[in-house]
Design a protein around this ligand. Structure first.
Ligand SMILES: *Cc1c(COP(=O)(O)O)cnc(C)c1O
Ligand code: SF4
Length: 358
């Protein structure tokens, strides 16, 4: 058995196991025993938790909270609405569609880490939503739809599947002539870097005309270790670019210093920030949500101009009609026939000639 499999076998999802890593609070204990909700993480990720601080950013993403029973802003049947599952077009349950030329292909509802803020929690964490995640049915649908050029393989966590299964899915997708690229969405480089084994590298590596890209999810600098760096490097040796899709989480990464450190530290381990997501209005996660403007403010105050340009993610809200960018928009101070007045990150203005089309 390989280390990643051993980690999954010893998944930390009971009171007895978690108390080996932290001094649990009565509130955390109460939430574990009261809430009928799937939770858990790898021993590796649990070992990164602060033993004594219940506000530890890793603890808050892993341990259930009684705040999850409160729901003022959450949308009922969120995932059905968000993934357009009740619209005219008939699709397999594994295919979520918001765009003409690309789809999300959900191949499992199992994860390594059951993130408390998960927007797919109805499917993944609470198990209220039953979907038929039939891979062959999804592959057949993609093969029939010639307009699809980009498939985003997601879950759950797709890299939890066996090497053989992953090899099969990639091979079948590459046989579809209209497919130009394959993407994985996986938290494995962060929550179980041991998964990037030599065997998996064989499956993912080699030169192919249809490239593989991977986006992971890292929300706090504490989640990044030497093992993350090594896993990412090994993925890149396979020709896979690794990006990050952070979720803006109240009390976890919504302050200027943490937000900047997160994005700088991602670059240090060769992960390119891609998206910053506004935390979606799935039921029971109100306590993770900030005002919508906060993400743009953080990019304005922590990133743009303040550090390496490559550290900047695109801030978006992921809606049922696609992702909508909400980047800071204070740069154009004014404009007339002759010139623009532009402002930089320090608040200093400059002039720039305005060329009209006439
Ligand atoms: C996020 C998402 C995509 C990919 O969006 P990009 O902006 O291309 O990264 C595609 N389909 C669905 C259903 C999605 O949720
Ligand atoms: S890894 Fe992704 S799908 Fe799984 S619980 Fe976390 S956010 Fe949800």
């Amino acid at each position: 058995m390989e280390e990643w499999q051993r980690q999954l076998q010893q998944i930390v999802n009971t009171l007895e196991r978690i108390t080996k890593y932290i001094n649990i609070t009565p509130q955390e204990e109460d939430a574990i025993s009261t809430l009928n909700s799937r939770w858990g993480t790898s021993p590796y990720f649990a070992s990164l938790m602060d033993k004594d601080d219940p506000d530890c950013p890793i603890r808050r993403q892993v341990l259930p909270s009684l705040l999850e029973t409160e729901n003022v802003y959450g949308v009922k049947d969120y995932l059905v609405w968000k993934e357009n599952r009740d619209t005219e077009e008939v699709r397999p349950d594994s295919i979520a569609r918001q765009y003409e030329n690309r789809v999300a292909f959900t191949i499992t509802d199992v994860c390594v880490n059951y993130c408390r803020h998960c927007f797919r929690k109805e499917l993944v964490v609470d198990k209220e939503l039953q979907l038929r995640l039939d891979v062959d049915e999804g592959l057949a649908w993609i093969a029939e739809h010639k307009e699809i050029r980009d498939v985003l393989i997601t879950g759950g966590d797709p890299l939890i599947l066996s090497d053989e299964r992953i090899e099969y899915i990639i091979r079948k997708l590459r046989e579809i002539p209209h497919l130009e690229m394959i993407r994985f969405g996986s938290r494995v480089p962060i929550v179980l870097p041991h998964r990037i084994t030599v065997g998996l590298q064989k499956v993912l590596g080699g030169y192919h005309k249809v490239p593989i890209w991977l986006n992971t999810q890292c929300n706090h600098p504490k989640e990044i270790t030497e093992m993350t760096a090594e896993a990412v490097y090994n993925l890149q040796r396979c020709g896979i670019s690794v990006g990050n899709q952070a979720v803006l989480l109240k009390g976890i990464n919504d302050d200027v210093d943490t937000f900047r450190e997160l994005h700088e530290k991602l670059l240090r381990v060769r992960i390119r920030p891609y998206y910053l997501f506004y935390c979606e209005p799935a039921p029971g996660i109100d306590h993770f949500r900030t005002p919508v403007e906060r993400g743009a403010e953080l990019i304005r105050d922590a990133i743009r101009g303040h550090t390496t340009g490559m550290a900047q993610p695109m801030y978006v809200v992921a809606t049922n009609i696609g992702k909508i960018p909400l980047m800071p928009d204070y740069y154009i101070m004014g404009k007339n026939d002759k010139e623009y007045t532009l402002k930089n990150y320090k608040g200093i203005t400059t002039k720039w000639p305005n060329i009209t089309d006439k």
